[in-house]
Design a protein around this ligand. Sequence first.
Ligand code: MLT
Length: 403
Amino acid sequence: MILINENYLALKGSYLFSEMAKRINAHGGDIIKLGIGDVTRPLPPAVVDAMKEAVDDMATAQGFHGYGPEQGYAWLREAIAANDYAGLGIEADEIFVSDGAKCDTGNIQELFSPMCDVAVLDPVYPVYVDTNVMAGRAGDYDESKNAYSNITYLPCSADNGFKPAVPQKNVDIIYLCYPNNPTGTVLTKEELTEWVNYAKKSGALILFDAAYEAFIREDNVPHSIYEIEGAKEVAIEFRSFSKTAGFTGTRCAFTVVPKALMGADSDGELHSLNAMWNRRHSTKFNGVPYITQKGALACYSDEGKAQIKETIGFYLDNAKIIREGLKSIGIDCWGGVNSPYVWLKTPGGMPSWDFFDKLLDAGVAGTPGAGFGSAGEGYFRLTAFNTKENTLKAMEKVSSLKL
Ligand code: MLT
C-alpha cells in the first residue's frame, strides 16, 4: 500500500470556500453571493480585444506560440516592471508570471526549510496556513483553539485596529496581506516600515501578498512593499490580475523575487532566492498561455488602465453601500475603502457560522470570520463583488433581519 504524506492528516476540515459552497448549495434558494471574493464584471474590453488578436496569431504559422518562457514573456515582465514598479528599481528578471497568487503564495514555502517558524496575522487567508500544514511546518491542530501549535498567530481585532504589532520573538517567515484579506484594512507607509525594519533586524522574510493593490484609494498607503527602504533584501511580493482586471477565471498573476534576497543553507552559505524560485518555476510550471499574457499586457494600455479604474470604482461603490448599510443598522464594520472586503462585527457577538446560517436563510451568503482563524470569531466578511442591484437588495435583507 502506498504511504501517504501524513501532514495532510493535520489539515482541519475542508478548505473554507469549499465548505461554504457546500452549505450554500445544500441550502438552495435564491442566494445573493457576497461570500467568496470572486469578481463578477466582465473582462475589460481592451483585454478582450488583445486576447482575440492573440487567438488570431495562434491561427497563423508565423504567429503561433508553443511553450513560452516559464517565467513569462519578456514583453509582459517588462511592462509590469515599468508600470507597477516604476521608480522602485525592480527589474523584469525579478518578476515571475504565473497562473495565480493563490498558487504562488501556496508554493513559495517549498523554498524554505521545514524548520522555519511561520507567523501569520489572525484572521488570515487560509492558503498561507494550510500549505505550511501540508509541508509539516505547522505542528498539531488544536480544535479548542482553532490553531496549530507551531504557527505564530498575531491576533487582529477592533482593539488593535486589525494591525498587530511586530512579533516579540524572532520568526523566520511572515505572511502579510495588504490591503488585507479578510479585514479590508490597510497599513500606512510608516506602519509597513516597522515590519520591514523588524525583518531586517531579525533576519525574517516577509511574504507580502498585494493581490488587492488596485483597490487602494487613500494616500500614504503603499502600493508595493518595495516603496519601503531596504524591502528588496527582506520581502517577496505577490500580485494578481484576478481582482484587478477580472482574471479569476482567466488566471494570470506575478511574483517579485528581488535578486538581493538571499537565504542560508545549514552551513551558513548564502543562496539566491530568485535563482531558487526560477529553478522551481522552470521545473514545475510551463508558463501562462500566450493568449492570457497578451490579455494581461493590455491592462497596461491607456484604455486598459481606464477600464480597470472604472471597474474597481464600481466595486468600491458597492463596498460603500455595504458599509453605510451596516452602519445605519448599528453594525460596526471596517475596510471597504481601499478594498473590496467589508469586515463586520456580528450583532450581539453571535458566533460567525451562526450568523452565516441566519444570513443564508435571509438569502445572502457571506464568509464567517472564524473560517479565517480564531481571532475571526464574532466577525463576518462581505464582498463588493456583485451588481449594484444585488448589493442594494442584500443590504435590504440584512437590515430586515431580527437581530
Ligand atoms: C477570498 O474570497 O478570500 C478570495 O477569493 C480568495 C482567493 O482569491 O483565493
